[in-house]
Ligand binder design. Structure first.
Ligand SMILES: [Fe+2]
Ligand SMILES: [Fe+2]
Length: 276
């Protein structure tokens, strides 16, 4: 059982954000913006799935996992609230969030289904997020030249994603979720998540007027497929998810713990989930 602390981030998101806030790089900015646009609806779905999963457990297991779920919900609720503020700033640049309405429509299809579906979808997304988080924490220079408050926003979110990466997975296992469904949902989510990220990133670039610039594509190639690129470095750990004995804990969270330790001046703990 993981002890999860909910933290209030001490940054001001009422101030405008520069058009190319991420390292003055159009691609990186559009890509991070796209991810941020998915968070308010996505993280609400994760919260609901984890809550529904907890309710479906026998009472004694509920007591065992309650504190962790409470911490998970607190962290994700904080993320979605802060990213909504960030999204309000980037929408002033003329960007339009097309991801959210599309996701909302899809999620309606899941209403009333076995809670393990929601949990398998959440666990797959959380694996993605944890891989992205570890990559960003290992390559924080991607954010070089960005304002300190925005750097803090993304690294804090990454650190907490790595911290709570087991919660949905453990609930899925506790409810007897099968490897077959876990793998099916991972395959589906991989396609949907990559397609959604790409569509929204391209749309952000189009509206920004930088879609057809050579340096946009060069940055995309370097940050996704280059030697230290996200897709190249995360392919193996992504594939590990399909192993019968996979557990999110098998991937290190050391960078997350270190960031939280070294940056304690950037947040205040608001609640500590105590083991029941
Ligand atoms: Fe999050
Ligand atoms: Fe998460």
């Amino acid at each position: 059982m993981t002890e999860l602390v909910v933290r209030r981030l001490l940054i001001d998101l009422e101030q405008p954000v520069a058009r190319h806030w991420c390292a003055n790089d159009a691609f990186l900015t559009a890509w991070f913006n796209a991810l941020s646009m998915s968070f308010p609806i996505g993280e609400q779905f994760f919260i609901d799935s984890v809550r529904n999963g907890l309710k479906a457990l026998p009472p004694e297991r509920q007591t065992e996992l309650q504190a962790e779920v409470q911490g998970f919900v607190g962290q994700e609720a904080t993320h979605r609230r802060i990213h909504a503020l960030f999204n309000a700033q980037i929408e002033k640049h003329g960007l339009v969030n097309a991801w959210e309405p599309r996701a909302r429509e899809r999620l309606q299809l899941l209403e009333g289904t076995d809670p393990r579906h929601g949990l398998a979808i959440t666990a797959a997304n959380e694996h993605f997020t944890a891989l992205f988080a570890e990559w960003l924490l290992a390559h924080p220079h991607v954010l070089d030249g960005s304002e300190a408050r925005l750097k803090t926003l993304w690294l804090w979110h990454s650190a907490e994603e790595a911290e709570h990466k087991c919660t949905a997975f453990d609930l899925y296992q506790a409810l007897g979720g099968s490897l077959a469904w876990r793998s099916t949902w991972m395959r589906r989510i991989t396609l949907v998540f990559l397609a959604d990220t790409m569509r929204q990133t391209v749309d952000n670039l189009r509206r920004d007027g930088t879609l057809w610039q050579w340096r946009t594509w060069r940055s995309a190639a370097r940050h996704l497929l280059g030697r230290e690129g996200l897709l190249r470095l995360t392919f193996k750990p992504w594939r590990a998810y399909f192993r019968p004995d996979f557990h999110p804990n098998q991937q290190s969270s050391e960078l997350s713990a270190r960031w939280l330790r070294d940056n304690s001046a950037s947040y205040t703990p608001v609640a500590r989930a105590q083991p029941a």
